[in-house]
Structures are given as C-alpha cells and as structure tokens.
Design a protein around this ligand. Structure first.
Ligand code: C5P
Length: 307
C-alpha cells in the first residue's frame, strides 16, 4: 500500500467574513449578545489539512502570517472540533495531525478561528468517514463558536441569535473590498464589553437596515455603501482610536464606504469596481496606516474540500 493510501490527506478551505450589517442588543444572562447580522464570505482563505495520527493524539501546526499568535494545544478550536466529533459519534482509536495554513488575520474580526474550526469539522468528518449531514455539522459548529455555522455555509446570510441562526440571502454580482489588517489584535469579548459601557440600554428590537436585502439582490455597490452598519464600530474605535485614521485614509483614496469588520480591528473598504480596488489598495499600502492591505471579493463559498 502506498503512503498516500495508508494515510490520506484531507484538505478543506474556509473563507473569512465581514458583517455588512451588525446590530447588537442587550447582553443576555449567558454573556452573549443577541444579534441581527448580514454576513458575507470574502476571498481570504485558511486551509486546514488533516491526516491520521496515533489514537488520542491531536497534533496541531500553524503556518502563515501571525502563526505565532495561534495556540497549538488544546485551546485551539480545531482540537475542540475533534473532541466534539469523537464524543458525538462515539469514536475510539482515532487521532489526527491538523495543519492550519493561515491567511485570515488572527483575532481580526473576520472569524478566522471559526473558519479553521469549520474546516476542521468538515475535514475530520471526511477523514474519519463519518455520516454527518450539513445540518448536523452546523449544529456542532454552533456549539464551538457563534461564527462557525456561517463559516460552513459561506456566501451571504442573515444571522440572528448569537449569529448562528442562519438564512441564506440572495446576493447578485461580486463586491470588491480592500481590507486593512492591523498590526494589533482586538479581543471580541473586550469589544462587546466596551459596547455595553457605551450603550447602557440598547434596543432589544434588532433588525438589519431597511432595504439591505433588496440592495444585495440588486448588486449595486453604491447602494450597499449607504446601508452598511456595525454597532460594534464605536466600541472598537474607542479601544483603538488610531483605526479612525485608517478609515479616513481609505475614504480619501476613493472607497465608497469604510467599516470595522465584526469586532475589528480589520477595516473593510468597499470599492466601486475591481480597478478602483487596485488603486485603493496601492494608496492604503503607501499611507502606512496598517500592517497589510489585501484585496478581496465576495461573496464566496463556505468551507469545502479541495483536492
Ligand atoms: O462564540 P464566540 O466564541 O465566537 O464568542 C466569543 C465571545 O464574544 C463570547 O464569549 C462573548 O463574550 C462575545 N460574543 C457576544 N455575543 C455574541 C457573540 C460573541 O457577546 N453574539
């Protein structure tokens, strides 16, 4: 038997996301906040590769920018994913080597950890030959992190609850974004805590901006720019005021809109066209207002096998 047959490699690719709308309600007793959000998966991807290892062994390796910020022990969500599959499907005598190749910024507000977790759930269920439906995977994913179900689904979706209760949204065409990755991280719980301080009584009646779903169905980037909203933006800016300069720089360089991605600190700029996005990314790069500039488009697919 060849080495490849004896120990096949399964590779899954998962995308990062931005929230086109993120409305946040009052903190719940369990510490989470009710959300009404519209996610869009964009073309920055992490790859997760798994292969069999000695039973009970879960060896994680991480490569790519900021790899040193990602834990490789039991704190990594991919290890939680492995244990959850083992528990649910009563597996014994399984182990895995899990290699994560990162491009999505770490703790950047783009659900990179959730993308890795979603990819690991799918990859391990293939490696271990489990009979899992997409709905079961989404349910398991929701137990591991609020954004994991969307990382499995991809494209564009409306989310409520913790963001894990999803309905696909019709979206026409392709949007061109420029992302400014920061040279620091923002902790999601810290941003939500600052949101609580800034908003002692947020409305519990949450909805995404009127017209956003119609705008997405029409594919008009100018119209989308007018309805983007993120209730966590002020909290992220309060924690890191220098982000305001990054946002202004992109607007001056021709972006239709600027938006903190999720809990930040990544800033997403919507461009009117692919050509404009190229110019914008050059200008932002020259201005030195972030660690890296990255041009992406969306929507793109959710976690899926790559051969
Ligand atoms: O679900 P996830 O692990 O991604 O959430 C990380 C943290 O973000 C939570 O522990 C909570 O502090 C905060 N959070 C929240 N409300 C949400 C989602 C996340 O307060 N809907």
């Amino acid at each position: 038997m060849t080495e490849a047959r004896a120990n096949p490699l399964v590779r899954v690719r998962a995308a990062g996301k931005i929230n086109l709308a993120l409305r946040v309600g009052p903190r719940r007793p369990d510490g989470f906040h009710p959300l009404a959000t519209v996610f869009q998966a964009v073309s920055v991807f992490d790859d997760v590769e798994v292969r069999h290892a000695r039973p009970g062994t879960f060896a994680v390796s991480v490569t790519g920018p900021q790899a040193e910020l990602v834990p490789t022990d039991g704190r990594n969500l991919v290890v939680h994913a492995a244990h959850l599959l083992i528990e649910r499907y009563r597996l014994d005598r399984v182990g895995a080597e899990i290699a994560i190749r990162k491009s999505i910024p770490v703790t950047g507000g783009m659900a990179g950890g959730s993308a890795d977790c979603a990819a690991a759930l799918l990859a391990l269920s293939v490696l271990w030959d489990l009979d899992v439906t997409p709905n079961e995977l989404a349910e398991l994913g929701g137990r591991l992190g609020s954004d994991v179900p969307f990382a499995l689904m991809g494209q564009t979706a409306f989310g409520k609850g913790r963001g894990d209760d999803l309905v696909p949204v019709l979206s026409r065409g392709t949007y061109h974004w420029v992302l400014a990755f920061a040279d620091f991280e923002l902790s999601t719980p810290a941003v939500f805590a600052r949101f609580d301080e800034l908003n002692p009584a947020p409305s519990p009646d949450l909805d995404v901006p009127r017209g956003m779903l119609e705008v997405l169905a029409s594919g008009d980037a100018n119209a989308l720019a007018g309805v983007l909203v993120n209730d966590l933006q002020d909290a992220a800016l309060a924690l890191r005021p220098e982000l305001a300069r990054t946002m202004d720089t992109g607007l001056e360089a021709g972006a239709l809109a600027s938006l903190v991605s999720g809990s930040g600190p990544t800033i997403a700029f919507l461009a009117p066209s692919e050509e404009a996005a190229i110019d914008l990314s050059c200008e932002l790069g020259k201005a030195g207002v972030c660690r890296t500039v990255r041009r992406v488009s969306g929507p793109v697919h959710g976690a899926r096998l790559v051969t």
